[in-house]
Design a protein around this ligand. Structure first.
Ligand code: FAD
Length: 456
C-alpha cells in the first residue's frame, strides 16, 4: 500500500477523469450511496476534463475545443443530468447553410438547380445529400449484416456514382463518410443522428450556457464533497489481476522524477480511450484484447478565431450561418458572438496536425493558412482579411471512435465491460454503442453500475 491508500476500506479505482470516469464515481457515491468503499480516480493529466474542453468563455460564449452540443431527445441520459444540475441551455442553430465546393459558392437553390461542379449522373443532378441517401436506402436490398460488412462508402457506391459519393462527403463536411473509416452500419447511424447531416430531420440540439465544462466541474465538486479522492497527474501503466484483488501500478511525476506507486483495489473501471488502453499492460484474455480492434479512432481538429466584430456578417446575412467547404478548414460556424469556429476530421484534420503542433513556436504559419482558405471563400485579398485578436486550436489524435466493419457493438461493449465476477471493467465512449457522443460514454456507465455491478 502507498500514500494513495489512506484507510483500510476496500477501494474501487476509476482510471480516467473524463466525463465517464467522473460520472461513474458520481453514480457510486450519489446514487448508490456506497459508504463501505473508497472511490479513487486516477487521471493522467493535471486536471479532469478529457475530451470535454471548454478553453475560455468569450463574452459569455464558450470556446468548446471538445464536445459542444447535445440533443434533448437523442441524448436522454445527458439531458437528465443537464436538468438535474439546472444548467441553462441555448439552441444550436446552424440550419441555414451554404457551400464552397470545388472553388464555387453554392446555396441549396444552386445545388437544386444543378449548378455544382460534380460530374453527376442525370438522375443525381439537382439532388442534395438527403435525396442521395434516401435513394441509396430505398434501392438497397442488403441485409443489416451485409451493410455492416461493407464500408459506408461501398454502401453509397452501390447505388450512386463515385462523383455523387464525393459530393455527399464534401457537402456534409465529414471526411469519415468516404474511404474505409466508417462501416456501413455506423454510417447509417451517423447520418441519421448527426445535427450537421441530412437537413430534413429537425431535432432539438443545444449548447450548455457557460460551456460543457460545467458538467465536469459539477460532477467533480459533488464527488469530492462525498469523499471521492481524485489523483491527477497519475498515469496507470499496468494492471495485474489477482484472485481476490487487482493491483494497479500508477506513474506520477515528482520533482522531474517519475515515481511508480501501486494500489490494491477490489475492482478497477477503465474509462479511457482505446489507444490509451493499448499503452497499459493488462492481463486480459486474448478474446478481450482482440475485441478492442472493433473500433477505429477518428482524428479531429477544432479551431476558433475571435474578432472585435462580426466582420463576416455582411456575407453571413446573405449566405447563412454555417459554411461547408471541401478545403481542409471544412466547416465554418459563424458565431455566436464575434467568433468563427472551424471543425474538421480525418484527412482534413491531419492536414492541420503539424501546423497546430508547431503553432506555439510559429503561430503565423497556422493563422496564414486559415486566412488563405477564408480569403478563397470570400474572394478577398488575404492581407485585407481582419486578423483575429485571439486564436485557439486543438488537434485530437482520437476525437471520437467509430465501429469498424463486421463489428458487433453490443457484444464487444458487454464483453469489455465484464461481469460482476470480473475485477477489470472497461467503460466510456470508446466501446459504446453511441460512440462519438458524451451520451455513449454515460450510457456505458449506467449499464455497468445499474445492470452489472449493483442491479436493483
Ligand atoms: C472535437 C470534439 C468534438 C466533440 N463534439 C461532441 C459533441 O458536440 N457532443 C457530444 O456529445 N460529444 C462530442 N464529442 C465526444 C465527447 O467529447 C466524448 O465522447 C466524451 O467526452 C468521452 O468521454 P470519456 O470519459 O469516455 O473519455 P475521455 O474524455 O477521453 O476521458 C479519458 C480520460 O482518461 C485519461 N487517461 C488516459 N489514459 C490514462 C492512463 N493511462 N491513466 C490515467 N488516466 C488516463 C485522459 O487523460 C482523459 O482525461 C466530441 C469530441 C471531440 C474531440
Amino acid at each position: 500500500m502507498d500514500d494513495t491508500q489512506t484507510s483500510q476500506k476496500k477501494v474501487i479505482a476509476i482510471v480516467g477523469g473524463g466525463v465517464s470516469g467522473l460520472y461513474a464515481a458520481w453514480k457510486l457515491v450519489c446514487e448508490k450511496n456506497l459508504t463501505d468503499t473508497e472511490i479513487h480516480i486516477y487521471e493522467a493529466t493535471q486536471q479532469c476534463s478529457g475530451r470535454i474542453y471548454t478553453a475560455w468563455n468569450f463574452q459569455g460564449f464558450p470556446i468548446e475545443l471538445g464536445a459542444a452540443r447535445f440533443s434533448k431527445y437523442v441524448h436522454p441520459v445527458l439531458n437528465s443530468l443537464v436538468e438535474k444540475f439546472a444548467f441553462k441551455t441555448m439552441p444550436y442553430v446552424y440550419a441555414n447553410r451554404f457551400w464552397h465546393l470545388r472553388g464555387k459558392k453554392l446555396s441549396l437553390e444552386d445545388i437544386a438547380a444543378g449548378k455544382g461542379t460534380y460530374e453527376l449522373r442525370e438522375n443525381e443532378i439537382g439532388k442534395y445529400t438527403d435525396n442521395l441517401y434516401e435513394y441509396t436506402e430505398a434501392h438497397s436490398t442488403r441485409t443489416p449484416e451485409e451493410i455492416n460488412a461493407m464500408s459506408f462508402h461501398e454502401f453509397l457506391g452501390e447505388h450512386i456514382s463515385e462523383e455523387a459519393c464525393r459530393f455527399f462527403r464534401d457537402a456534409e463536411g465529414y471526411d469519415l463518410l468516404l474511404g474505409d473509416w466508417l462501416s456501413g452500419a455506423d454510417g447509417v447511424r451517423a447520418v441519421k443522428q448527426h445535427p450537421d447531416m441530412l437537413q430534413a430531420e429537425e431535432v432539438s440540439w443545444f449548447h450548455i450556457v457557460g460551456g460543457f465544462h460545467k458538467l465536469i466541474n459539477t460532477l467533480e465538486e459533488q464527488i469530492r464533497e462525498r469523499g471521492v479522492k481524485i489523483f491527477t497527474g497519475h498515469r496507470l501503466i499496468e494492471v495485474v489481476q489477482n484472485p481476490e484483488s487487482v493491483t494497479l501500478y500508477v506513474e506520477k511525476e515528482e520533482n522531474s522524477d517519475s515515481i511508480v506507486k501501486f494500489v490494491e483495489a477490489e475492482r478497477v473501471i477503465l474509462c479511457i480511450k482505446r489507444l490509451d488502453l493499448a499503452d497499459i499492460t493488462i492481463n486480459l484474455s486474448e478474446e478481450k484484447l482482440s475485441a478492442m480492434d472493433a473500433v477505429q479512432p477518428i482524428p479531429m481538429v477544432k479551431m476558433f478565431a475571435t474578432y472585435t466584430n462580426s466582420w463576416w456578417s455582411t456575407f453571413a446575412r446573405r449566405d447563412g450561418n454555417f459554411c461547408i467547404t471541401d478545403m481542409p478548414i471544412r466547416k465554418i460556424y459563424y458565431g455566436p458572438g464575434h467568433h468563427l469556429m472551424f471543425y474538421s476530421d480525418c484527412e482534413s484534420a491531419l492536414y492541420w496536425k503539424d501546423l497546430i503542433s508547431e503553432s506555439g513556436k510559429n503561430p503565423d504559419a497556422l493563422l496564414s493558412e486559415v486566412q488563405r482558405q477564408l480569403s478563397v471563400i470570400y474572394r478577398m485579398d488575404p492581407t485585407k482579411l481582419p486578423r483575429p485578436n485571439a486564436f485557439y486550436s486543438k488537434f485530437w489524435s482520437t476525437g471520437i471512435h467509430v465501429w469498424r466493419r463486421n463489428s458487433n457493438p453490443v457484444q464487444v461493449r458487454d464483453l469489455l465491460m465484464g461481469t460482476a465476477q470480473d475485477r477489470v471493467h472497461i467503460a466510456g465512449e470508446s466501446f459504446s454503442v453511441n460512440a462519438g457522443w458524451v451520451e455513449g460514454a454515460l450510457e456505458t456507465v449506467n449499464l455497468l453500475i445499474d445492470s452489472v455491478l449493483y442491479p436493483s
